[in-house]
Design a protein around this ligand. Structure first.
Ligand code: GUN
Ligand code: ZN
Length: 450
């Protein structure tokens, strides 16, 4: 039976286009596809083959609205086991001290099953309808993560992590093992026959992969037309080592291996140089902006407006557990914070007591509707899945959140559409997410029509 939601509907159409329908409608067919959206329900109904009696109507309250589901472009599923812990070190020390020992434990299938069940539950609860997951080096437990996403009905890209050098003895593969396990993973994923969960090629980062392994992974991605994810230019110490090994820029190291494609998403990009940004743009690669992690691991302030202005698509990532929260709603707010901090940094000493100079008086802060785009359609585009999800365009799958801003605190007056969205973003509580839908199916609580 098809469903129609009646009430406030919001989504974005591009970085600078936000669209809303107050007293609007959104109709979903029984395959979970969007068949109607707009201001005027009755005219749509009359001109459509769908009969009113064949539609279940869900009427939203004045404090509720429907928006596209959140997209997490970068999250390490095993690191959910240490989320909120060990955030007192920069990247390379943090990896060696906490993260590699943790990930090595995922050779244990029972442990993997437990953590992966929890991380998918937690991200769904926060409204993540699409996540791009890093698992670990282990083939078996990576498949466990993929099966768990399928079981819980989350849309996901899942990657077996690949690392064959500059890693501890207890957590490293040979290049041959890594490439052949990746091939096996891709094959097993095909056997899953899921339309929601797909494999993604996942070199951990250039520092922990030999040139040969990167090239093999680039070849596999090309042969099967696969998605690719990795890290780039996150931390200055890391960049110095990569450039020393590869004798080229960080982006150049990936490009030489054929890993920069229009299905590639690179996390961080805090310290990318202009020519690297131009190369990403030319190759059609995207960046996952991970504001929480960039702060927690002291990596730096990423200027996403610089990336966007250069024509690079940017989505958001939680980067759990470098990031301390599984919520993209939190990442959205943190992205706005970082942009404000950059603005202060670039301008605030104009009137200071020191030398009167500014780095960039023309800097324009990220707007909340632009950050909402990055959290939804921008993320879907960054993962090359925007033909399926990310907004409410006709024919896309219904991946959505039903938000109610009165859950935490009843607004003292009626809010207009923009205010509903602002309230949701700036009060920042996922308790306001009442329902989560993926491909038309409820994956959170039962909906309670009024
Ligand atoms: N670079 C390589 N591995 C990682 C990781 O697990 N987290 C982050 N933030 N950066 C990385
Ligand atoms: Zn990461």
């Amino acid at each position: 039976m098809a469903t129609v939601f009646l009430g406030t509907i919001v989504h974005t159409k591009s970085f600078s286009e936000f669209e809303s329908f107050e007293n609007g409608f959104l109709a979903v067919d029984d395959n979970g596809k969007i068949i109607g959206v707009g201001h005027d329900y009755q005219p749509w109904l009359s001109s459509n083959s769908v009969q009113a009696k064949d539609l279940t109507e869900i009427r939203l309250s004045e404090h509720q609205f429907l928006m596209p589901g959140f997209v997490d472009c970068h999250i390490h599923a095993p690191q959910f086991a240490q989320v909120g812990l060990g955030l007192d070190m920069p990247l390379l020390d943090w990896l060696n001290t906490y993260t590699f020992p943790l990930e090595a434990k995922f050779s244990d299938q029972q442990y993997a099953q437990e953590v992966y069940k929890s991380v998918v539950e937690a991200t769904l609860r926060c409204g993540t309808t699409l996540a791009s997951y890093f698992a670990t080096n282990h083939l078996e437990s990576t498949l466990t993560l993929a099966r768990e996403a399928v079981r819980q009905g989350q849309r996901a890209l899942v990657g077996k992590v690949c690392s064959d050098c500059n890693s501890p003895d207890f957590y490293v593969e040979t290049a041959e093992e890594s490439a052949s396990a990746t091939l096996e993973f891709v094959e097993e994923m095909r056997n899953l026959e899921s339309t929601l969960v797909l494999p993604t090629i996942t070199p951990r980062f250039a520092l922990s992969c030999s040139k040969g392994l990167l090239k093999d992974l680039g070849d596999i991605a090309k042969r099967f037309d696969l998605h690719i994810q990795s890290h780039i230019s996150e931390n200055l110490a890391e960049i110095a080592v990569v450039e020393g090994i590869f004798k080229t820029s960080y982006a150049g190291a990936y490009d030489e291996a054929g890993l920069l494609t229009n299905k590639t998403v690179m996390a961080h990009g805090v310290h990318l140089e202009d020519d690297e940004i131009a190369l990403l743009k030319t190759r059609g690669c995207s960046v996952a902006h991970c504001p929480a992690s960039n702060t927690m691991l002291s990596s730096g302030l990423c200027d996403v407006k610089r990336l966007v202005n250069a024509g690079v698509t940017v989505g958001l990532g939680t980067d759990v557990s470098g990031g301390n929260s599984v919520s993209i709603q939190d990442a959205l707010l943190r992205a706005l914070d970082v942009s404000k901090h950059l603005d202060f940094f670039k301008k605030q000493n104009i009137r200071g007591t020191g030398e009167a100079k500014t780095q960039d008086p023309s800097y324009v802060q990220l707007k909340y509707k632009q950050a909402l785009y990055m959290a939804t359609l921008g993320g879907a585009k960054a993962l090359s899945l925007d033909h399926l999800t990310g907004n409410f365009a006709l024919g896309k799958e219904f991946d959505a959140l039903l938000v109610d801003v009165s859950v935490i605190e009843h607004p003292v007056r009626r809010l207009n559409v923009d205010e509903l969205v602002e309230k949701f973003i700036y009060t920042g509580s996922d308790r306001n997410i009442l329902e989560v839908f993926v491909a038309g199916k409820r994956v959170k609580k039962e909906c309670q029509p009024e």
